[in-house]
Design a protein around this ligand. Structure first.
Ligand SMILES: [Fe+2]
Ligand SMILES: [Fe+2]
Length: 315
């Protein structure tokens, strides 16, 4: 893309900044909207325009990081940044901004998600924050139980398998708790999936699969609404990725998938195989382990699958 069109789009964003920022801030729930949110929205549009002019949005990403540090206890700011790129894209698309001018927004989504998921020092005491994390996770499970008790039951089981795997892999206690909590909320996005798709006693159509797969991105969005849970968001999004890059939603590859994600993925698939499903009877644990073995290196991590063998044999 030449410099000229990006300069033009930056000028146009500058000219309409107040109006665009107001439209973005509108999407933050009204009880959380504040002058701060409006200022942040305004500065975000400004930063995006400057980045278009400079050919890089690194400054904008660093600014988002600083804002998250400064407003670590403000859910509205996290909510805003979690949706800012897609909202700005959604605002610009119908107003004649060509796809090329909006392309940097798509490139920005991932670094911003990373920034949001960074652990941050809250100003509140640690115990208070830990209690709040548990309370938030419980609240998610209550939501899931109400929407689909089978998925809630599956989530509790995935939490237990994840924690056993992490222990078998000799991870520190804090990481065992982390993956267990990830397991608990990995499918929270299914609160948005219609039950007739979730429980279809047949193969899904292509369109239904698109909806089913969107539970990953929907889950990430839900989790990012709570700053105390933001660090779980990347795994909620990525638990259906595969080492060979054929997973979803981002087709990440092995080098992008950390051990925590690999643990939750194995725990999730194993429990899905041995659990009740509307369209097939449960598999035996031995058969499920064979399926894990058959997909080592393409879908699953070798060491995590080995740990699953040990966990099952000791169960
Ligand atoms: Fe899932
Ligand atoms: Fe799952």
């Amino acid at each position: 893309m030449s410099i000229q069109p990006m300069f033009v789009v930056a000028k146009s964003l500058d000219d309409h900044r107040a109006e665009i920022a107001a439209a973005l801030a509108e999407h933050v729930p009204s009880d959380e909207r504040s002058l701060l949110v409006e200022l942040v929205a305004d500065a975000f549009v400004d930063g995006y325009a400057s980045g278009c002019r400079d050919g890089t949005h690194d400054d904008l990403i660093r600014w988002v990081d600083r804002m998250c540090d400064a407003h670590v206890d403000s859910p509205a700011i996290m909510t805003f940044f979690g949706n800012a790129c897609s909202l700005l894209d959604g605002y610009l698309a119908p107003r004649g901004y060509a796809g090329a001018f909006r392309a940097p927004l798509r490139a920005l989504e991932r670094p911003i998600r990373k920034v949001l998921a960074k652990p941050r020092q809250s100003s509140r005491p640690q115990q208070e924050r830990l209690d709040e994390t548990d309370a938030s996770i419980n609240a998610m499970l209550v939501r899931l139980d109400a929407a689909d008790p089978l998925t809630a039951e599956h989530s509790r089981a995935v939490a237990a398998w994840s924690s056993r795997l992490a222990r078998r892999l000799t991870l520190p206690e804090a990481e065992i708790t982390f993956v267990s909590r990830c397991g608990m909320i990995h499918d929270i996005g299914k609160v948005t999936t219609p039950v007739e798709i979730l429980h279809a006693p047949r193969k899904l159509s292509d369109e239904e699969w698109v909806v089913m797969r969107s539970h990953t991105t929907a889950g990430e969005r839900i989790v990012l609404e709570d700053p105390g849970l933001a660090r779980f968001a990347p795994i909620v999004r990525s638990h259906h990725e595969r080492l060979d890059g054929k997973g979803y939603p981002d087709r990440l590859r092995a080098e992008d998938l950390d051990l925590h994600t690999r643990i939750v993925t194995v725990a999730d698939c194993f429990n899905a195989m041995i659990g009740r499903r509307p369209y097939r009877p449960p598999m035996s644990p031995t058969h499920a382990l064979e399926q894990l073995d058959a997909n080592i290196g393409t879908q699953f991590d070798k060491d995590v699958v080995a740990a699953m063998h040990e966990v099952v044999s000791k169960a």
